[in-house]
Design a protein around this ligand. Structure first.
Ligand SMILES: Nc1nc2c(ncn2[C@@H]2O[C@H](COP(=O)(O)OP(=O)(O)OP(=O)(O)O)[C@@H](O)[C@H]2O)c(=O)[nH]1
Ligand SMILES: [Mg+2]
Length: 279
């Protein structure tokens, strides 16, 4: 799934590279671009890539926002695994080579992270975005302490499991993925993070003031709406290479992969006093 808003310039290279990569994989795949509001030639660009060996679809979505677009795309999927990547290809499509075996090995979600020890930034973001991103990471930790990077635009899931948490999801904007991960985590699913070589690409659709402020207020909404949040107060990230072999079909253990353990079982409904004390 590629959410796209006015991506006529960044999408051609991304589709070219993605389709070339998928065409030589042993699994079947399709690319779905979800466009909910472009006023440029995004749709034409997508249509120009149809007809090849990998199916390319373009779908719309009545609600605005990246989160709405990805949710809609996920809900239309009937594949085993579903995921999204950003149209700027800041995360190389080759990252899929690490992701797919981990999903096949039993992980519910495999997400790219720019903050693992072995991740790298080929072209870093500007100072304002780095500072804003750092502040958001801190806020995101209040919701999901165990994930090192909830905002990297490259995340893949087992389809039925992610579809199950979507109807309750509220966030339409850029922090939708924090909400999805948080719901999966609290439902006891295993999330893995893989390190990424990340490249900042010009032409961002993210407005640091408008989208940044909205992302922070959405974090508060997620915090309030995600049940069982108090069960997740302490960091749960462990480097646990052996966990990957336990599921049978997984590849050899890779010490650079971070396993995030499922949240503890949900406690009985919490009263407001309990929550205040837990913080
Ligand atoms: N369908 C849809 N896609 C969107 C919307 N807003 C952003 N996107 C897409 O979301 C992806 C991520 O957006 P970017 O502009 O790369 O922003 P970012 O990755 O959060 O921030 P940068 O680090 O600056 O790149 C891109 O594929 C955008 O086209 C939206 O409202 N609808
Ligand atoms: Mg981007």
């Amino acid at each position: 799934m590629i959410p796209a808003l006015n991506e006529e310039f960044r999408l051609p290279r991304t589709l070219e590279r993605t389709l070339a990569h998928l065409a030589v994989q042993p699994y079947s795949s399709a690319v779905v671009v979800v466009d909910n509001g472009s006023v440029d030639r995004t749709a034409e660009v997508v249509r120009s890539f149809t007809g090849g060996s990998i199916p390319v679809h373009l779908i719309g979505c009545a609600r605005r926002g990246k989160g709405s677009a990805v949710r809609r795309g996920f809900l239309t999927s009937r594949s085993r695994f579903v995921g999204f990547m950003d149209a700027d290809l800041a995360t190389p499509v080759e990252t899929l080579d690490a992701v797919v075996p981990l999903l096949e090995g039993g992980a519910t979600a495999v997400i790219a992270s720019r903050h693992l020890r072995t991740a790298a930034r080929a072209v870093p973001q500007g100072t304002v975005r780095r500072l804003g991103g750092g502040a958001f990471r801190l806020a995101a930790r209040s919701v999901l302490p165990s994930v090192s990077d909830s905002q990297c635009g490259f995340k893949f899931f087992r389809t039925p499991e992610v579809q199950a948490v979507l109807p309750d999801s509220l966030v339409d904007g850029f922090s939708f993925d924090l909400e999805i991960l948080s719901r999966l985590h609290r439902s006891g699913h295993r999330i893995l993070e893989v390190p990424v070589v990340w490249t900042d690409v010009g032409g961002s659709t993210f407005n640091p003031v408008r989208h940044g402020l909205r992302s922070f207020s959405d974090t508060i909404r997620i915090h309030r709406s995600t049940p069982g949040r108090a069960a997740c107060q302490s960091p749960r990230v462990v480097i646990e290479p052996t966990a990957l072999t336990a599921v049978g079909e997984a590849p050899p253990p890779d010490p650079t992969i971070t396993t995030i353990l499922p949240a503890e079982p949900l406690p009985a409904p919490l009263d407001p006093m309990t929550l205040t004390e837990a913080r």
